[in-house]
Design a protein around this ligand. Structure first.
Ligand code: PMP
Length: 412
């Protein structure tokens, strides 16, 4: 390559400081703490309890390979072509069947297919929020949502969660207090089921009340629900917020945790008027999600393999969660508390402040384990003595060893 004029080596003066030209919103861009440690987590001998990765090893790969080959052979010119901004035709209907399983009957005209629920958060915030608005969200909340709020210059007001999730009365008071000081609040963002990062689930009565207090105040509830079908007890399912009030609630769903995050396919369920505007916003960014990805998702959830495959994956998450609970009992020193999730991927540890000194992430890495530090899950990145641990992606023996290493770190 030497001697060729590559970008950055042309000798042209260029911009002395491109960052000086960045838009103000660039200040709100936040790196994901999970992505930032991605390479460290891959080091030999390191145990990662950081990423919320699903167990794609449990999927029927041979069946999927056959499906992909058939799609390309039989309908190649269609699936490799531009598609509809609303999504491929049959997917909204299949999404409605999935939502039915969660007790949230809806119709295909209310479904917008997205490139994953991360894109869904982005589109909804883009549609509803102006710079300076305040979004009310759980404290702590999903780090990826914080990245969206920051990039639209939207402030976040955190409401604490307890073992039953958000307290709706506290949300109502917060909205009223913010409005009394002249702030604009149009959106409450929540992950009510198997919360990322705490693993807790919003109780049934609180669900009804949360939707009611928001409806009374003219506030949209953005229900982010990628984990709803990952309950350890299939018989015990709480109503989704969307099922309680499909006009007040905008619901985000995803194939990432029940099928594949690499395909980047999810959906938004919203009133027809909201859905139509979201489609226009989405077309301006991605035009539409990958047609091949959508076709694969449709074939998968339209077929017969996905339900038993999901049951197997959930059984694995259940036993990994149990392994993590047992390891925490065994290795955590006095004064550490953790949540006991009924589904999903995560537990949340509150450490004894006396032992939680310094940079917890780097202390953990020094002990050979990668975690998400709690402060990353707050908009202000506050010092926190909490950690998020994922049990979804590590083998049970690695979970036990990782927690043992954390215990050693806390005693050091
Ligand atoms: N919301 C929450 C609460 C999540 O945990 C995640 C994934 N970690 C996402 C959204 C993004 O999911 P997707 O892959 O569908 O974009």
């Amino acid at each position: 390559m030497s001697g060729t004029a590559r970008a950055g080596r042309t000798g042209a003066p260029g911009l002395p400081d491109p960052a000086a030209l960045f838009a103000r919103r660039a200040e709100g861009f936040r790196p994901s703490p999970v992505r930032a440690v991605f390479e460290i987590a891959m080091r030999p001998g390191m145990i990662s309890l950081a990423g919320g990765n699903p167990d794609t090893g449990a999927l029927p790969h041979a069946v999927l390979a056959g499906t992909a080959a058939r799609l390309l052979a039989e309908r190649g010119s269609e699936v490799l072509q531009y598609g509809s901004g609303a999504g491929i035709e049959r997917l909204p209907e299949l999404v409605c069947r999935l939502m039915d399983l969660e007790g949230a009957a809806t119709d295909p005209g209310r479904i917008q297919i997205t490139a994953g629920s991360q894109a869904g958060i982005d589109l909804v915030v883009k549609l509803f929020c102006d710079p300076g608005d305040v979004v009310v969200a759980e404290g702590p909340t999903y780090v990826g949502a914080l990245g969206v709020f920051g990039s639209y210059e939207v402030a976040v007001s955190h409401v604490d969660v307890d073992d039953d999730g958000l307290d709706p009365e506290a949300v109502a008071e917060r909205i009223d207090a913010l409005r009394a000081t002249g702030r604009t609040v149009k959106l409450v963002y929540t992950v009510p089921t198997f919360h990322n990062p705490t693993g807790v689930t919003l109780g049934e009565e609180r669900r009804r009340r949360l939707v009611a207090v928001c409806a009374e105040r003219g506030v949209v509830v953005l229900e982010d629900d990628p984990y709803g079908l990952l309950g350890f007890d299939r018989e015990h399912r709480l109503p989704s917020l969307y099922s309680l009030d499909p006009e007040t609630v905008v619901h985000l769903g995803s194939f990432s945790k029940i099928f594949s995050p690499g395909l980047r396919v999810g959906w938004i369920a919203a009133s027809p008027a909201v859905r139509a505007r979201l489609q226009i916003a989405a077309e301006a960014v991605t035009i539409h999600p990958s047609v091949l990805g959508q076709e694969l998702a449709a074939e998968y959830v339209g077929g017969e393999h996905w339900r038993p495959a999901l049951d197997r994956a959930v059984a694995r998450y259940r036993s990994r969660c149990a392994a993590m609970m047992a390891a925490l009992e065994e290795h955590m020193p006095e004064g550490v508390r953790w949540t006991r999730p009924a589904g999903g991927f995560f537990t949340w540890l509150d450490l004894d402040p006396a032992r939680a000194h310094g940079d917890l992430l780097h202390r953990a890495i020094d002990h050979g384990v990668v975690v998400v530090p709690g402060g990353a899950c707050y908009a202000d990145g506050r010092p926190s003595t909490s950690l998020r641990l994922a049990f979804s992606a590590a083998a049970e023996e690695d979970i036990a060893e990782g927690v043992r290493r954390l215990g050693r770190m806390l005693r050091a």
